[in-house]
Design a protein around this ligand. Structure first.
Ligand SMILES: Nc1ncnc2c1ncn2[C@@H]1O[C@H](COP(=O)(O)OP(=O)(O)OP(=O)(O)O)[C@@H](O)[C@H]1O
Length: 709
């Protein structure tokens, strides 16, 4: 800020007393001037106040800087070619829209064609009569002339009448020739058309064109023959005034002129199927505040909520707001189809399209060096959203699956053919939970084994870092990327017995498996500290929060502070907005709706996945999931009848560390009880604690074998 005005501080201050001494001669002169309607004032007028010069420091504003040549050359108003010409997805979308529009309009007109035929039959004779009378009027030169002659006759002016009539006859004399020639030509053309030499198609086309032409000529102006199939969409064009009105409705800003459209980026423009305005809010108001007040903003704009999408701009100052207003409610807009629906492959190490943002722009997903979390209330669409990620991975032939659906609704059944034996489960029973737990143990073992192998290949020059990449995964079948989804993971985490052990395993896998090509996809509908322990979630990179009721769940799912930064999954409505979520961890935080893939589509994609893998669903040396009954018998000391869980857990961990290193006594008890063996009080080594008897284990194993047989 500059201090203004700048005066010389050494100037002597004005003499105040001198200013108050009245010059009587001057006063008299003033009064005389005032009496004549003039006013006079001198520099020492009593009403004149000399402003005290305020000098606070020196000027600090930098001088206006002229942009240099490089900046001027970098200025662009927009892309050279429209986006739909350069962007593959936009182009496809545009073509799809064009085909759909053509199909709609042609279809409607075909259906209405009998109505059109009736209208032509009705109006064509009227058009013929009208044409005949028009030609006759022109040929006889009566049009216009008749009224003038009539006027002359009314005024009893024979001279004018005769002049007009002579003029008419002069015009008519040559017009009859023209009309005669045209009639002969038309007649000749008609005879040629009727002759056998003219093909039927030409006859019909000329006849139809002639009839339609006559009908158009004969119809009243307000009665078109073709029905109107283009309906102008009812949308509000976003203007600066409307933008200000909407923001003012939030009550956050006092004066509309404080809302500034920043130069260079502030022009309101089309962006996808809507308008985008970028505004700078006044001091003290940040974009998150406006996002928070989205209902009031939508009310101010007089638009439904899901047509109004205020957003923070991550790499801008917090008071810069991006307001996108859709032409139609986004829930009513049809998403473009998933680009991989009909063909194509993916790469675990590269992004693929997951869904679309409100502006219908594709939003990508990326698997390598990440884990995923999908959290949302029942019906928010988390299973189907995660299924899109899995469908994408089904199309990379290198990826192995290990899928557990603890809800048992069958949302993931299509992936069973892609899972090696023992690594698929669907059910809300204890057995499926125990199998999911075993899968985690297997992943822990994979974490242990993969590290040294990857290091070995990295040393050979296949990667510059000790991380899995495609070259290594292709080289060694034991190092294929693993995608392991667990739906309703809270069932496992909150299990009184295996919960703790499973949580510890997941925490370890999430941390260590990332660089080793192991990607856990966790889905949960219960969002609290117990169901989503921090140890697990805080290390998951990509988190999607679908519809939830409050900021508490938002922060638990997306990380502390997400709500403050503008994440509002609370504004999604369960059902209507199913599939919409706020995603963090890949690209900027954004609202995105997963592509909608129904069961049949997923089955087709999985069938393509199986074909891509040549029908083989896992590497030949993939260790089979261990059988806990056999393993217990293997570590049993022959003299013992019964043993405590804690002793057995220790023995298993020593003997089979790859499978049981993380097993707790409670987890072991749950695993064994899942096989139908009771946990009993066992006296061993002088103390009585919970454990099991060899006889029970053997009986359960025999029962299992006979069931299998
Ligand atoms: N991306 C989407 N686009 C459109 N509709 C969707 C989308 N995702 C889900 N839905 C709809 O929402 C319904 C519920 O989805 P889903 O089963 O994935 O919910 P959920 O959150 O997993 O529920 P639950 O916790 O009960 O399993 C689906 O049957 C589908 O009709």
């Amino acid at each position: 800020m500059t201090s203004d005005p700048i005066t010389n501080p050494t100037d002597p201050p004005p003499d105040e007393k001198a200013a108050r001494i009245v010059d009587l001669a001057q006063r008299r002169a003033d009064r005389a001037a005032a009496a004549q309607g003039l006013s006079a004032a001198d520099a020492t007028d009593a009403e004149t106040v000399t402003p005290d010069p305020v000098v606070v420091g020196g000027p600090v504003d930098p001088p206006e800087r002229r942009p240099d040549l490089a900046e001027v050359l970098d200025r662009r108003s927009g892309p050279v070619l429209p986006l739909w010409l350069t962007d593959r997805y936009q182009r496809r979308d545009m073509l799809r829209r064009a085909a759909s529009a053509a199909g709609y309009h042609v279809g409607t007109h075909v259906v209405l064609s009998p109505v059109y035929a009736g209208k032509v039959a009705w109006y064509a004779p009227q058009g013929a009569a009208r044409l005949f009378s028009r030609v006759l009027g022109w040929t006889s030169a009566e049009t216009g002339n008749w009224h003038l002659r009539q006027d002359a006759a009314n005024r009893n002016d024979p001279k004018t009448w005769l002049d007009l009539d002579r003029h008419r006859m002069r015009q008519a004399s040559w017009r009859w020739w023209v009309t005669g020639a045209a009639t002969l030509t038309t007649g000749g053309g008609g005879m040629l058309l009727a002759a056998d030499v003219t093909p039927w198609s030409v006859k019909l086309a000329v006849l139809a064109a002639g009839l339609v032409g006559l009908a158009r000529y004969g119809r009243p102006l307000d009665k078109p023959i073709l029905a109107r199939t283009v309906v102008r969409p009812i949308y509000r064009k976003l203007t600066a005034e409307l933008t200000r009105k909407g923001i003012m409705a939030t009550g956050l800003v006092k004066r509309p002129e404080d809302i500034v459209f920043p130069a260079g980026v502030g022009e309101i423009r089309r962006d996808g199927p809507g308008y985008l305005a970028i505004v700078d809010l006044p001091d003290g108001v940040i974009a998150v505040d406006v996002v928070e007040e989205r209902p009031k903003l939508a009310g101010g704009l007089r638009l439904p909520m899901d047509q109004v999408w205020p957003d923070v701009m991550p790499r801008e100052h917090p008071s810069r707001l991006a307001l996108w207003v859709a032409d139609r409610p986004v829930s009513a807009m049809k998403q473009p189809p998933w680009p991989l629906l009909r063909g194509g492959q993916t790469d675990y190490f590269k992004p693929f399209v997951y869904g679309f943002d409100p502006r219908m722009r594709p939003v990508e997903y990326r698997m390598d060096e990440r884990n995923s979390l999908f959290a949302g209330f029942p019906g928010s669409g988390k299973s189907l959203s995660a299924r899109v990620v899995l469908a994408g991975m089904a199309l990379d032939p290198l990826v192995q699956f290990a899928v557990f659906d603890l809800a048992g609704r069958g949302d993931f059944d299509a992936f069973e053919p892609l899972c090696p034996p023992g690594l698929f489960g669907s059910g809300a029973d204890e057995g499926t939970k125990a199998n999911a737990y075993r899968m985690l143990m297997w992943l822990l073992k994979e974490c242990d084994e993969r590290g040294p192998r990857i290091k070995h290949y990295a040393k050979q020059g296949l990667n510059t870092e000790n991380k899995l990449n495609r070259a290594i995964a292709e080289k060694d079948a034991r190092l294929r990327p693993i995608v392991a989804p667990i739906d309703e993971v809270q069932e496992l985490i909150t299990d009184p017995e295996i919960g703790k052990s499973a949580t510890a395993a997941m925490t370890s896998i999430v941390k260590r498996g990332r660089a080793l090509g192991i990607h856990l996809v966790l889905m949960t509908q219960r969002i609290d500290n117990q169901s989503l322990p921090k140890g697990v979630t805080s290390n998951i990179a990509i988190r999607t929060c679908l519809a939830v009721p409050s900021h508490v769940e938002t922060d638990l799912a997306l990380g502390t502070g997400a709500y403050r930064q503008g994440a509002r999954p609370t504004q999604f409505e369960i059902g209507v907005d199913a599939g919409w979520g706020v995603r963090v961890g890949y690209g900027q935080m954004s609202a995105v709706r997963a592509a909608y893939l129904d069961r049949a589509a997923v089955e087709r994609i999985c069938a393509r996945g199986v074909a891509l893998r040549g029908g083989v669903t896992g590497p030949a040396d993939l260790p089979a999931a261990r059988d806990v009954l056999d393993d217990l018998r293997a570590v049993w000391v022959p003299a013992e009848r019964g043993q405590h869980w804690d002793t057995l857990a220790g023995r298993l961990a020593d003997r089979f560390p790859e499978a049981y290193s993380a097993v707790t006594p409670e987890a072991l008890s749950a695993l064994v009880r899942g096989k139908g063996v009771e946990s009993r009080n066992v006296k061993s080594g002088g103390s009585t604690r919970k454990g099991t008897y060899l006889a029970d284990i053997t009986a359960a194993a025999q029962q299992r074998d006979s069931d299998a047989g």
